[in-house]
Ligand binder design. Structure first.
Ligand SMILES: Cc1cc2nc3c(=O)[nH]c(=O)nc-3n(C[C@H](O)[C@H](O)[C@H](O)COP(=O)(O)OP(=O)(O)OC[C@H]3O[C@@H](n4cnc5c(N)ncnc54)[C@H](O)[C@@H]3O)c2cc1C
Length: 229
């Protein structure tokens, strides 16, 4: 069995123990592949995600024709004749760079980075209903606005706390109150999501991240004021 301490980066993206969103793809006819990467139904954010890291790595390492380059982060794509010739990467621990050449590349970055670097056609936000004629009267403006805008799915906030069984101090966080008001919580999962028409999910990511930190620390502070917490 592969000791977890030897795994320095994990397969699985959001499903990995780095993020811990459980994934339960419906196997249907591709049972073999999906069941090798599916997780159990632990709550999002659970430490049990580590067990599925182990399963995923053991299954993938059985394949002699798959070479894993964990910790290599892509940062640009080199194109020729409208086609990606190579991708440049940097090792996140050593800083070493390495160029990968291949006849085909598949963009699995979750955010379409490879296509973006390659200059592929892209769009952002909700297009006007007239563009593809995809109206859905039931949801009206929400689904198919007359005017396009910058609305996209937001950044999720996944966080949890544990009960240590004894009192634990937590400082005041006055800088977060403008975001949370009186709201209180001791965990957050998929329905904690933030987007704003005036904020771009990539260009304004630090503002969005700070907003979400305020949401976490402020609502936890409020919860801590309750006697049971
Ligand atoms: C809290 C939460 C709850 C969710 N709930 C649901 C739900 O109920 N239903 C649902 O359908 N979806 C849900 N989602 C969304 C779902 O998890 C994502 O849509 C899905 O994980 C996307 O998969 P992916 O493989 O495209 O990308 P990811 O899972 O994001 O994987 C991308 C991988 O690429 C790597 N990567 C990124 N950039 C680079 C780079 N430059 N170089 C090298 N590697 C790179 C990342 O490290 C990561 O390992 C949820 C997400 C969250 C956070």
């Amino acid at each position: 069995m592969l000791p977890l301490s030897m795994i320095v980066r994990y397969l699985g993206g959001n499903a990995s123990s780095e993020t811990r969103v459980h994934t339960e793809g419906i196997p249907w006819h591709s049972k073999r592949i999906i069941s090798m990467i599916n997780t159990k139904h632990w709550p999002n954010g659970s430490p049990l995600a580590k067990q599925d890291d182990r399963k995923r790595h053991e299954n993938i390492e059985k394949y002699e024709n798959i070479h894993l380059y964990l910790q290599w982060r892509a940062f640009t794509a080199i194109t020729e004749n409208n086609s990606i010739e190579s991708v440049d990467t940097r090792h996140t621990a050593t800083g070493e760079t390495r160029r990968f050449n291949a006849p085909f590349f598949i963009d699995c970055t979750g955010d379409g980075w490879l296509g973006f670097w390659a200059g592929a056609e892209m769009m952002y936000g909700r297009e006007p209903v007239s563009k593809y004629d995809e109206s859905w009267p039931k949801y009206g403006e929400l689904w198919s606005p007359n005017e396009g805008d910058n609305r996209v799915m937001g950044s999720s906030v996944l966080w949890r706390t544990i009960d240590t069984g004894e009192p634990v101090d937590f400082p005041q966080v006055p800088w977060s109150m403008e975001v949370v008001g009186n709201f209180e919580a001791i965990e957050g999962t998929w329905h904690w999501e933030f987007s704003h028409n005036d904020l771009h999910q990539v260009n304004d990511s630090e503002i969005i991240r700070d907003h979400m930190f305020k949401a976490i620390y402020g609502s936890f502070y409020n919860a801590k004021q309750q006697p049971e917490n």
